[in-house]
Unconditional design. Structure first.
Lengths: 114, 114
């Protein structure tokens, strides 16, 4: 059973460009969390999604950030008009269900904005 | 908003030494999870403690949940270089008030020197 996949692992964008981060959950998991981790800091929750639904986006900035988890395909975290402060590691985690106590993380995408 | 404070923030020790790290809050939790994140990777779940006063062992790691379920500790016996990483605690979400997000502690960054 393959683990959570994230791609790309490293992404470099210039200020003002768009960044698209992809997350494929573990097989059988229909719930995805996205987190941001700034250098030398802990994990900060951004958004929680089920297939085709955003359940909790209270940790996501209101502007420039969006997330989706379509019926088919990976979950996407999209950052428009990136700024230097968006440079961070972005992790997704998948879960078999809500409040399941199980959360499996991917290896992360390291975004660098130049 | 529940706040989780972890201490110490940084810890550097020699291989073979013992150590304890702490996770404290003013809130009561129904359960608590510990994760380890190695450099360049996503966090990996180590254990979930559920009952007040519970002690769980994972090889050289001993996890304890406080009697009042407000705090937890992780004790590592005879640390090895492979124990190096960021240790994070987090209570699984309860789903109350529509909240499903994990709130991670500030983390303890452990470095074990050979």
């Amino acid at each position: 059973n393959a683990g959570v996949m994230q791609n790309p692992r490293h992404l470099v964008r210039r200020r003002g460009q768009e960044a698209r981060l992809r997350c494929s959950p573990m097989k059988g998991h229909s719930h995805v969390y996205w987190y941001r981790q700034l250098p030398e800091e802990g994990l900060k929750f951004m958004v929680y999604l089920q297939k085709e639904n955003i359940i909790d986006e209270s940790g996501m900035p209101k502007e420039r950030f969006s997330a989706e988890f379509p019926k088919e395909g990976p979950s996407i975290l999209r950052i428009q008009q990136v700024v230097r402060g968006d440079s961070a590691a972005y992790f997704c985690a998948s879960s078999p269900g809500p409040l399941s106590y199980e959360q499996y993380f991917g290896p992360g995408t390291r975004l660098t904005v130049t | 908003t529940q706040l989780l404070e972890q201490s110490p923030q940084f810890l550097s020790i020699q291989e073979g030494e013992n150590l304890t790290v702490y996770c404290n809050s003013s809130s009561v939790f129904s359960s608590l999870q510990w994760y380890r994140q190695e450099p360049g990777e996503g966090p990996v779940l180590l254990v979930t403690v559920v009952t007040g006063g519970e002690v769980k062992k994972l090889k050289r790691l001993t996890f304890q949940f406080g009697d009042a379920r407000k705090d937890s500790s992780l004790h590592i016996t005879a640390a090895q270089t492979g124990d190096t990483g960021l240790y994070l605690c987090a209570p699984p979400p309860r789903g109350t008030s529509g909240t499903y997000k994990y709130i991670f502690g500030t983390g303890t960054r452990l470095k074990v020197l050979a």
